[in-house]
Design a protein around this ligand. Sequence first.
Ligand code: IPE
Ligand code: IPE
Ligand code: MG
Length: 226
Amino acid sequence: MNRAEHIAIIMDGNGRWAKKRGMPRVKGHEKGAETVREITKYCAQNEEIRVLTLFAFSTENWKRPKSEVQFLMKLLERYLKNELPIYLEEGVRFETIGDLSPFSDSLKNRIAFTKESTANQNRLIQVLALNYGGRDEIVRAANRACEKGVKINESNFDSFLDTPGLGEVDILLRTGGEMRLSNFLLWRAAYAELFFTKTLWPDFTPKELESIIKNYKKRERRFGGV
Ligand code: IPE
Ligand code: IPE
Ligand code: MG
């Protein structure tokens, strides 16, 4: 049976969740942060899952209204602050992928502090994709290799990615009903099994994830073989 070691999620549908309730979009992001906590706990307690990568802010999301972008940045900082005890309790190591350079010093410091504080946790690696674009990551990785004078190949390329060693994605899931990748994890998801659910991210539950994992286990992964 397939092992679900690396699960990656495009957390989509926060805005629509709020709109449906006559609330501003940002309320959906707030509720979505609670879902992040529940799903992270579930994954930490599931022995098989080693990495959970969550798409939180894309390189394209800067196009949103300034007020929404600002809210997301503040929410992220608040989330990381509140979450630290839970990371430590649940054995979660915090990591990121994406280009952090445009973020405020205060957010960058909070990210670095959370990484340092959780560096020895070993039940789950929670990776937040922040100002992340799959193409951007590949281009920056290629430039890093170039600066070091290393000729890249399929085996050494991983070591130039934002956080090396996360491994191939097993399950790539998108909530919110859209069926596209939106520039997520282009390199690591080359052979991921894809899942799409109409459930909006704030409504997504560990129970639904569990049923997706069950379904994944029954799929036949051939990797080009027969
Ligand atoms: C995903 O939810 C969260 C982020 C992109 C930050 P959206 O905000 O994209 O929600 P919808 O797709 O508009 O409903
Ligand atoms: C993808 O969702 C990015 C995140 C979930 C952070 P979007 O809502 O930004 O993607 P599009 O615009 O539908 O492709
Ligand atoms: Mg969306």
